[in-house]
Write a new protein. Structure first.
Lengths: 382, 152, 355
């Protein structure tokens, strides 16, 4: 839908004219190579310098929250794969956790371990895609293919066990949908061995590149206080020194028994956010290595009734997706469908800080900042 | 601070607040008129320091609306839930966008989806919905759209 | 090669009167230049695709013809039959003129290049100067395209391009001057002859090495190639100055870009790597005789394509610079270095310290 009139209101001058200053207004998106989806930014420019960034959302808004109100507790989880499609597992996980919290359902240990394994594989795949896309944003086209070389292996593992490659819908209340594929452990080992050999390429190609460092160091700075105030979470906030890893602060499943570090960089600029994700990939690999040979025997799913009913009340579960904290706020009236459900999506809050970070920077920096925020538009729009 | 300590502290700050039992965190029911001074105290009081507003949403209870604020402190790691009951026909509450910057976007979402009017909000415009949707509030329970709505 | 061209020239002048002979020569050269232009476009685009494919763990074009060699031909045909669209609201004259200016500039610059021994369109005595002067005209075409498109992305791209080309022209020119100082001539044939006993890159000492590196950086920027492709900056400005172009008009920009790369690489090969001169070590050795058997055109094209490969290598490896960093690099680093380097080269030329 064409929305020019709502964009240019009285406070914003029309292009090439208006308040007598040399402001130029550019619509970045909804079809633009670097917005990675249908994000629409209205940027006010003074020459090359960004004066204001105003996001306009809704191009992929499917009203998932409203949809969930008429879906049962088993059904609504599938819709959530479509929010942050790069962390589909983790979205499902958050919803499953919320329903389990309401039903006070105990998840079998095997299912817990499988869930965590899948979460970390998803996180790796998501960070790999982010790395490629960020490199593309700053102008290097080759890394994208290197990232996909590894991501493809994860997708194959997912396909074997879950049946799909992107929107897995593998988590169900009480456990996981089906047991892991017999080859699962072998393939994950193969992937880890491969990735360990290749991850140095990531550093050689981009991290240590002087042009990349110049493009990201000191760019898009946000202080710790501002990051908290903007409600940022995930690697983007940890790049500003905020301790906000849900896996550490409010551990779920088996995360409290695992050895891994919460990566925190104090810089607050694009490069810090970049480094957090790069280091997080290594942590995720270590988590997978700890678990892959120690999947306990037993059921992969708790015994549940065919139709789930939650008691009257409010339930809130938080999980750490690849982009940050996903909160699922579920209000039950005692029926088979949620009365109201709210997804606190990480991207929405991270995006709100974009204006703060991008002001005074160049257009090229805006793109780099968006890249390091790792925005996934369906996650923002829901 | 534990739940009980928070309860005592909040009763000190706002004697009119009532508490809801159950739930993972302490639920505080307040009057919308007292929200802004209360929010300021929550954020600035040295032993509370609720600086992380991680979830802002609205619930339509058919008879009234409820604004729900999930607040957490990154220093003390305690969490509370603040709820304010709003009149369904003229829902109005003070904005907290100047205290927690994330509220600006989240309140815009609540404004277009539920029609909650946030007083003194810096930029209360439609964010997600296209123009022409002012006042339609699609997330309310009685919203009907004969053209686009699919009943499941 | 020398014989062929001389024979044709003599035969034409013997058969026809001088005016007609000259016109026929013009026609032949025009046809050759257009043919070369088209061929270079096809070959270089195919090469770029294959190079990028190798670097990106892909196969590249492999369906049309053996190893996909006709892929670019097919694409060109598609672009030719596409509707030459002129969007509403553009400055129609400038919009349609711009791709031709860029293309004509790219073609004119081919004139003084020496493709093989004695095979040159126009051995003008200010050849190097001619190339640097004319090639900078292409910025006018780009600015025209950006302005006439009536698109803010295009305008930004064109302005970036203007700032970039004008800046990098300086250090490109100064690094060329380092060789000119050593040679003492602007004539391309004389520059090549001066490298008979060794290419300048070997016998020029430090100043020529510095000049060569600066030259490669500067011409990469001048031709708007990554990591200096700010004028197009796909992720920032969608396509920069040619956002609004489609069909053959777009193809002309595209071809001109590749021909410009060829021209600057050919110039680099001529100035620093000896043009069509074979690789010689010492005098009269067996090795030199073997090298002499390789045709001069192979030497020229081999060197040029090696430089083109280097520039493509840059493109598929490096991230893009930011506009202020780009200008800082030129004005704060490259320009002072190349000025000092020019003094150094002059000093060496005066002292006759080069081989």
């Amino acid at each position: 839908m064409y929305r020019e009139t709502s964009i240019v209101n009285e406070s914003t001058p029309t292009p090439f004219s208006g308040n007598g200053e040399s402001d130029m207004i550019i619509n970045v998106g909804p079809q633009h190579p670097s917005t990675h989806g249908v994000l629409h930014l209205i940027i006010t420019l003074n020459g090359e310098t960004v004066k204001k960034v105003e996001p306009h959302l809704g191009y992929i808004h499917r009203s998932i929250e409203k949809m969930c109100e008429s879906l049962t507790y088993r059904q609504f989880i599938y819709v959530t794969s479509r929010m942050d499609y790069l962390s589909a597992h983790i979205n499902n996980h958050g919803c499953a956790l919320c329903v389990e919290k309401g039903m006070q359902l105990e998840v079998p240990p095997r299912a817990q371990v499988i869930r965590v394994l899948m979460d970390e594989l998803t996180r790796l795949a998501s960070h790999q895609l982010w790395w490629g896309a960020l490199a593309m944003d700053v102008g290097a086209l080759t890394p994208f293919f290197l990232a996909f070389r590894e991501r493809e292996m994860i997708n194959d593992i997912m396909e074997e066990t879950c049946g799909t490659r992107l929107t897995m819908n593998y988590m169900v209340p009480g456990g996981v949908m089906s047991d892991i594929h017999p080859d699962f452990q072998k393939k994950v080992h193969a992937f880890i061995d491969h990735f360990k050999k290749k991850i140095h390429e990531y550093d050689e190609l981009i991290t240590d590149n002087i042009i990349f460092q110049n493009r990201t160091k000191g760019v898009g700075y946000i202080s710790k206080e501002d990051a908290i105030s903007y409600g940022m979470s995930g690697p983007s906030a940890r790049g500003s020194g905020v301790q906000c890893d849900i896996r550490k602060l409010y551990p779920y499943e088996v995360y409290d028994k695992l050895q891994f570090d919460e990566i925190i960089e104090a810089g607050g600029d694009s490069f810090s956010r970049y480094m957090v994700r790069i280091k997080e990939m290594k942590q995720s690999m270590s988590v997978i290595e700890q678990l892959i040979d120690n999947i306990p025997e037993g059921d992969f799913q708790a015994k549940t009734k065919a139709v789930l009913k939650l008691p009257k009340g409010e339930f809130y579960s938080r999980v750490e997706t690849a982009r940050g904290e996903l909160g699922v706020y579920l209000i039950s009236e005692g029926g088979t469908t949620p009365y109201r459900i709210k997804f606190r999506s990480p991207g929405y809050c991270n995006l709100s800080a974009l204006d703060h970070m991008a002001r005074g920077q160049k257009i090229g920096d805006l793109v780099a900042i968006m890249g390091t925020l790792d925005l996934v538009i369906p996650d923002i729009d829901r | 601070m534990t739940r009980e300590e928070l309860k005592i502290k909040i009763t000190d700050l706002l004697p009119s607040a009532t508490f809801e039992e159950g739930g993972e965190w302490l639920n505080v029911q307040i009057d919308p008129a007292s929200w802004l001074p209360f929010a300021e105290q929550l954020k600035k009081s040295p032993d509370l320091l609720f600086d992380y507003l991680f979830c802002v949403t609205c619930i339509d209870w058919k008879t009234h609306l409820t604004m729900v604020y999930h607040l957490s402190s990154t220093t003390f790691r305690h969490t509370i839930v603040v709820k304010a009951k709003l009149d369904r026909n003229t829902p109005e509450i003070e904005t907290v966008a100047h205290l927690w910057r994330t509220a600006e976007f989240n309140e815009r979402e609540a404004y277009e989806m539920f029609g909650v009017n946030f007083l003194h909000h810096p930029d209360l415009r439609l964010l997600i919905l296209p123009e022409g949707w002012e006042g339609k509030n699609p997330m309310r329970k009685d919203f009907e759209d004969p053209v686009n709505m699919i009943k499941l | 090669m020398q014989n062929i061209t001389d024979n044709i020239h003599d035969w034409l002048y013997a058969t026809f009167n001088p005016t007609i002979a000259m016109l026929i020569e013009f026609a032949i050269i025009g046809a050759l230049a257009i043919g070369l232009f088209a061929m270079l476009g096809l070959v270089l685009i195919y090469m770029e695709r294959k190079v990028s494919a190798v670097m990106q763990l892909r196969l590249g074009p492999n369906r049309v013809g053996p190893k996909g060699i006709f892929q670019t031909t097919a694409d060109t045909l598609k672009l030719i039959v596409k509707e030459g669209m002129t969007p509403n609201g553009v400055d129609k004259l400038l919009f349609n003129l711009a791709p031709f200016i860029v293309m004509i500039v790219a073609m004119v610059v081919l004139a003084p290049l020496m493709f093989a021994k004695g095979f040159q369109i126009w051995d003008i005595n200010i050849g190097v100067f001619f190339i640097t002067a004319v090639s900078s005209l292409s910025v006018i075409g780009i600015l025209m395209a950006g302005w006439a498109s009536n698109n803010k992305y295009s305008l930004l791209g064109a302005m970036r391009s203007g700032a970039q080309i004008v800046s990098y022209e300086l250090s490109a020119g100064l690094s060329i001057l380092a060789v000119i100082v050593l040679t003492g001539s602007l004539k391309l044939s004389e520059i090549i002859t001066s490298q008979e006993n060794g290419w300048w890159i070997f016998k020029g000492h430090l100043p020529v090495w510095i000049a060569f590196i600066i030259f490669i950086i500067a011409v990469t920027a001048e031709t708007n190639r990554a990591p200096f492709d700010l004028a197009e900056a796909e992720s920032e400005l969608t396509a920069g100055f040619h956002t609004e172009y489609s069909g053959m008009k777009f193809a002309l920009f595209f071809l001109a870009e590749y021909v410009n790369i060829f021209v600057v690489c050919a110039l680099g090969a001529t100035l620093f790597l000896g043009g069509w001169m074979p690789l010689h070590f010492g005098t009269g050795t067996k090795f030199n005789e073997v090298m002499d058997y390789i045709p001069s055109s192979v030497w020229f094209f081999g060197k040029t394509f090696f430089l083109i490969f280097v520039i493509m290598w840059f493109r598929w490896t490096f991230p893009r610079l930011r506009i202020d960093q780009l200008l800082n690099l030129e004005w704060k680093y490259l320009l002072p270095i190349s000025m000092i380097n020019l003094l150094l080269a002059t000093f060496i030329a005066i002292m006759k310290w080069h081989f």
